[in-house]
Design a protein around this ligand. Structure first.
Ligand code: GDP
Length: 189
């Protein structure tokens, strides 16, 4: 299976719709009662995890609970997860990361990426909403540094996309297939 994770409102469901032609979201209600939503895709299953991080109107205990549930879900399914797509908002992410760091906290996206690395789940970072970003290269460079991705791995880790305008979706699909294939061969070796 392939999991999609990311903060609320980064465009996860729009992106899954672009990829699969299927709608995963029922209404706007975030987290809590939402189970991971599943759609079939190219012989596997895409799982849309609830959005994590700050959501206005949700108390912080609830936000923590959602995060814990996501973490448990991933830990419990780690053996079956062939690929993770971490979706970030290319416009908002750098600012949010800087803000968290200023407060002396580890930004949730950074923490989440490192968590996936620790579990050795192949991960692609889909940098979404690039239609709103002037210098996409510098955003990717910034994120790579924060996530601890070495320069030679940037191209195989980050894909700039615009889910809303259907930009670079083919690039994302291509990289997804490549990572799936690599993952399979590394397992059967
Ligand atoms: P989710 O909460 O991560 O599933 O986010 P949604 O898919 O519901 O999208 C949140 C908002 O971002 C919606 O208003 C989308 O139309 C908008 N959005 C999604 N992708 C893009 C994008 O690539 N560019 C822009 N400008 N807006 C986007």
């Amino acid at each position: 299976m392939i999991i999609f994770a990311g903060r609320s409102n980064v465009g996860k469901s729009t992106l899954i719709f672009r990829l699969t032609g299927k709608r995963v979201r029922r209404g706007k209600r975030p987290g809590v009662t939402r189970r991971p939503m599943e759609v079939e895709w190219r012989g596997t299953k895409i799982v849309d995890l609830p959005g994590f991080g700050f959501m206005s109107g949700l108390p912080s205990e609830v936000q923590e609970k959602i995060k814990d549930e996501i973490v448990h879900y991933i830990e419990n399914n780690a053996d079956r997860i062939e690929l993770a797509i971490l979706v970030v908002d290319g416009k908002a992410a750098p600012e949010i990361i800087r803000r968290w760091e200023k407060r002396g906290e580890i930004p949730i996206d950074v923490e989440f990426y490192q968590f996936l690395r620790e579990l050795e789940i192949p991960t692609i970072v889909a940098v979404n909403k690039i239609d709103k970003v002037k210098n996409v290269e510098s955003v990717i460079h910034f994120l790579a540094e924060k996530f601890g991705v070495p320069p030679e791995k940037v191209k195989e880790t980050f894909v700039p996309v615009s889910a809303k305008f259907g930009k670079n979706i083919e690039d994302l699909k291509f990289l997804m297939e490549k990572k799936r294939k690599d993952h399979k061969t590394s397992r059967t070796r």
